[in-house]
Design a protein. Structure first.
Length: 529
């Protein structure tokens, strides 16, 4: 006997927001589970795995006959708790579990059938599909491996997310028999998520569902034929569909600098792209006022509530003269994620206290670029001891949220292994090795290796990112240092309008028509959030 496990590691407000046909994403999920259950001869039961209490509107939409398995835990339950709750509830009469993401309205029933049959024939521990968009493919596992998975999840402190099974298996992947179904096209390169956890992903699913219905093809196919699937075809051939709302914002809160790397394009940069006096908001020279920052977050909350905002573009956040007030505005984007990028130099007084006390930052990225003092002084200056103490302080205040970064160039290549080992072994810190960026040929080519793909893809930054300078100006992208193209200014124009003004540039990339700056750029394939 097999069992469908409909999983909700969290509940999204978009589950109940209807698509153009009037059906909600949750209606799509339930309908597809029902079709799969009816199709299985020999029986296929359904259980719902969820944290805490199911919101009433979601609970009403789920069939009463599907038993609920509540996973204990405060906030987000652990992976161990989720797996143990499932094992203790599903009887040993069940051999195989079909794991389905409850936030994925467009998951493929036909592919799920195929994976379940493949799994049963192979008699393996775990079966998954590789290369498909997130949320498209189900996963299959034997019930008997749940205790082993729970122990592995406990050993690494893995939280319950939609990637729980794969993340846990990767802890000791050689201990399991695994079967894989590979996509003919690598849709994962599109970085598309067919889920509704983010407004941008909801809008993508909404558009794809509408196009599938308009084409006269029902959302569910009788047999899995990848090349005929309307959803996959639209993802491959309608690239503008992927540009929904901004997912990642780089915000210049100040243009003042402290420690700047020798290879930085804005070393000693003290110029603005536009006149600060023309701003609607009063601001110190060269820094974003808390009022303008609050306006930006308010508009972002309306446009893309789950966006990631990175503070520190082309400036040292530590030098902002009203930083505690600015950080107090982070709650105006309650579902957003915030990063802070810093050299670690210049943090003192109220700003240092505000940084150590805030709870809204998910990542503090410290640019160090060296494993040894001598190399650091060559690349960044005489602040080695100050930076090391800063890292120690933020690790103590924000363990697990501190990322120590080195940009890979010839001058530090020989010590990057030492850099990685040191910070990888430091509790509460994580090393990052960053690709060198020559800013579309505006700097010398210091790359140690060329990581660009064989075939060019449309720029992910034009598809997903927005840059906002200290006075609210929105340039074409983070590579456009001179402000060759700007789209307007936050406060003067609605954020949605500023975002839409970049659609034409992305369309040019889809048509393989690249402006001069883009032709020289090799950041198009890098990905932020």
């Amino acid at each position: 006997m097999d069992c469908v496990i409909l999983t909700f590691p969290e509940f999204s407000p978009y589950l109940s927001v209807a698509f153009p046909d009037g059906s909600t994403p949750l209606d799509y999920v339930v309908s597809r589970v029902g079709e799969l259950a009816r199709d299985r001869s020999g029986g296929l039961s359904v259980k719902i795995l969820h944290p805490g209490v199911i919101p009433e509107d979601i609970n009403r939409a789920l069939p009463n006959e599907w038993p609920r398995i509540a996973v204990p835990g405060v906030d987000r339950p652990s992976g161990q708790d989720a797996l143990e709750s499932l094992y203790n509830t599903v009887t040993d009469e069940v051999e195989h579990l079909l794991w389905i993401d409850g936030l994925a309205p467009l998951w493929s029933v036909s592919l799920a059938r195929h994976l379940l049959n493949l799994h049963r024939k192979s008699w393996c521990d775990y079966t998954f599909a590789d290369g498909y968009p997130e949320g498209y493919a189900a996963e299959v596992l034997r019930r008997d491996i749940l205790p082993t998975l729970a122990a592995l999840a406990e050993s690494k402190g893995i939280l319950w997310t939609r990637k729980l099974l794969f993340d846990t298996l990767m802890v000791d992947i050689n201990a399991f028999d695994i079967e894989t179904e590979a996509a003919r096209e690598d849709y994962s390169l599109l970085r598309a998520s067919l889920t509704v956890n983010h407004r941008g992903d909801y809008l993508l699913c909404r558009q794809l569902a509408a196009e599938a219905a308009q084409a006269g093809q029902p959302p569910v196919q009788a047999a899995f034929l990848e090349e005929e699937d309307q959803i996959l075809r639209a993802l491959l051939h309608q690239g503008q569909t992927l540009r929904t709302v901004p997912r990642y914002l780089q915000v210049q809160v100040t243009r003042s600098m402290t420690s700047v790397a020798s290879f930085s394009p804005w070393k000693g940069d003290v110029s603005a792209l536009s006149d600060p006096s023309a701003s609607l908001y009063p601001t110190a020279a060269g820094e974003m006022s808390p009022e303008l920052f609050g306006t930006l977050l308010d508009q972002l909350h309306e446009l893309s509530p789950e966006a990631t905002v990175s503070l520190g573009y082309r400036g040292e956040v530590a030098l902002h003269t009203r930083l505690p007030e600015l950080l107090s505005h982070l709650d105006r984007l309650p579902r957003g994620t915030f990063f802070l990028e810093t050299s670690g130099v210049g943090w003192g007084g109220a700003n240092r206290h505000a940084l150590l006390e805030t709870s809204r930052l998910s990542a503090i990225i410290v640019e160090v670029d060296a494993a040894r003092k001598e190399t650091y002084e060559t690349l960044r200056g005489p602040w080695w001891e100050e930076v090391q103490q800063f890292i120690a302080d933020v690790v103590q205040a924000h363990p697990g949220k501190v990322f120590v970064q080195a940009t890979r160039i010839g001058d530090n290549e020989w010590e990057l292994q030492e850099f990685f080992r040191h910070w990888n072994d430091t509790a509460g810190a994580t090393p990052i090795i960053q690709k060198y960026n020559d800013f579309a040929g505006q700097l010398p080519d210091l790359k140690v290796a060329d990581l660009s793909p064989l075939s060019r893809c449309p720029c992910f930054h034009l598809q997903r990112d927005l840059v906002v300078l200290h006075d609210g100006t929105v340039p074409r992208c983070f590579q456009d240092l001179s402000g060759e193209v700007t789209h307007g200014r936050v406060g003067d124009n609605p954020l949605l309008e500023l975002w839409q003004r970049g659609a034409g540039e992305y369309q040019r990339h889809l048509e393989q028509d690249y402006p001069e700056l883009c032709r020289r750029c090799d950041e198009y394939y890098t990905f932020n959030a």
